[in-house]
Every structure is written in structure tokens, then in C-alpha cells.
Design a protein around this ligand. Structure first.
Ligand code: CA
Length: 229
């Protein structure tokens, strides 16, 4: 990650904000804390930030409205913090547009891991996507460390979607949309089966570097370090 990624922490509970700031600072980020939603919007407008950590329940302007307002003007990665797991699908959906989420109470280490993943993804979009994994479109082939594996068209599309969204959870619906151009109705299990085959194939050439992670109850993401959740 960049040495001085600037992170805006929007959190009205001072202790949590402080803890997040301390851990992110230790991880090499510059942090700015604000405690109100409306202040966050003003601060974002006048300064440059690489990422926003956003609590859902805030005075001034709630996290949902704030997230939408930020999304309307910026592609900055947004990690939402919520106390309610039921809200997650909505937060990650197009309407709100968060990139990732954490449920309260969260461990500060987990926060750092999520922030780093989002910052890596941002860098990835500017530089080398696969960190050594190359996709050969015409041959439907993935190559890593000079070893190749053949993929089906569907596997290839799923993998492309995951890589293009490194660090971001894609729901099964999003993966189905990416994998099938004809908008056919496909069951979640079908995606799981493709994913299982894809993971197996990639593991033969990448070993532990294989980055597909399954996120329980939500979907899948590509992340070079970490485990299934
Ligand atoms: Ca709060």
C-alpha cells in the first residue's frame, strides 16, 4: 500500500474512532477523524482522501445518506461499519455503493486488513492487476509463474470479474451477471460449483497464492492474503 494513504474516519464514538486511527496510523496511513456526518461531507469536499471508513449511525447526516453523497461525486473506496448484519446486502448494493463493510464490534486488525485490501485494489487498477496472474482472453487460459491452466468461458468471466474487483465481495447474483451474457436464470449452487472448479484449477498453478475467498452468506472476493470467512 502507498506509504501515506489518507483515510477519513467518520465515527461518532470517540473511543472507536481513536482505536481505528491508532491502528491505521501504525499500518502507515494518515488519518483524519470526524464525528458527524455533515462535517465529513464538508471535510471530504476540501481535502483529498484515498479511502473513507464510515459508521452507519451518525449525528448530522446518517451514514447511508453520506455514502450516497460521496458516491455521487467520487469513486473513493468506502468501508462501512454497521452494527446490523442484515444491512450488509443493501450497503454493498448499487443504491448505497459501499465497497466493503465491517460489523460492530470489529477487531482493529480486521479493519486494517479491509482498508489495505481496498487500497491495494485501487493501486491495482492503476498498475499490475493480477500480481503475477495473467489472463489470456483468446485462449481462455490463466497463467501464473509460467504454468498455464485452461478455463471454461464461464470460469474465465468469473475470474475476470473477481480480479477487476480485488478486495471487494461480489454476490452470487453479480457473478452470475458477469458470467452469463444472456441473463439466464442460474441457481446459486451453479455458481458455487463453477467456483469450486475454478479454485481447484487455479490452486494447481498458484498454490496458496490462489486468491478466491468465499464470504459466508454473501459471496466471493479475490484477495491475495487471508482466508474464507
Ligand atoms: Ca455511531
Amino acid at each position: 500500500m502507498t506509504a501515506a494513504a489518507r483515510v477519513l474516519i467518520v465515527e461518532d464514538e470517540p473511543k472507536i474512532a481513536r482505536l481505528a486511527a491508532d491502528y491505521l496510523t501504525a499500518a502507515g496511513c494518515e488519518t483524519v477523524m470526524v464525528h458527524r456526518g455533515d462535517d465529513a461531507l464538508a471535510r471530504f469536499a476540501e481535502d483529498r482522501f484515498d479511502l473513507v471508513v464510515l459508521d452507519l449511525m451518525l449525528p448530522g447526516l446518517d451514514g447511508l445518506s453520506l455514502c450516497r453523497a460521496l458516491r455521487a461525486e467520487s469513486t473513493v473506496p468506502i468501508v462501512m461499519v454497521t452494527a446490523r448484519v442484515e444491512e450488509v446486502d443493501r450497503l454493498l448494493g448499487l443504491e448505497v455503493g459501499a465497497d466493503d463493510y465491517l460489523c460492530k464490534p470489529f477487531s482493529p486488525r480486521e479493519l486494517v486488513a479491509r482498508v489495505k485490501a481496498q487500497l491495494r485494489r485501487q493501486q491495482w487498477q492503476r498498475s499490475d492487476p493480477g500480481e503475477g496472474l495473467e489472463l489470456q482472453d483468446e485462449a481462455l487460459r490463466a497463467v501464473f509463474a509460467q504454468q498455464a491452466v485452461d478455463l471454461t468461458r464461464v470460469e474465465f468471466r468469473i475470474l475476470s470479474a473477481l480480479l477487476q474487483n480485488e478486495g471487494v465481495i461480489l454476490s452470487r447474483d453479480q457473478l452470475i451477471a458477469a458470467a452469463y451474457e444472456d441473463h439466464r436464470v442460474v441457481s446459486d449452487r451453479t455458481i458455487d460449483t463453477h467456483m469450486k472448479n475454478l479454485r481447484k484449477k487455479l490452486s494447481t498453478i498458484m498454490g496458496d497464492a490462489m486468491g478466491i475467498r468465499s464470504v459466508y452468506g454473501v459471496g466471493y472476493r479475490w484477495e491475495l492474503s487471508g482466508k474464507d470467512e
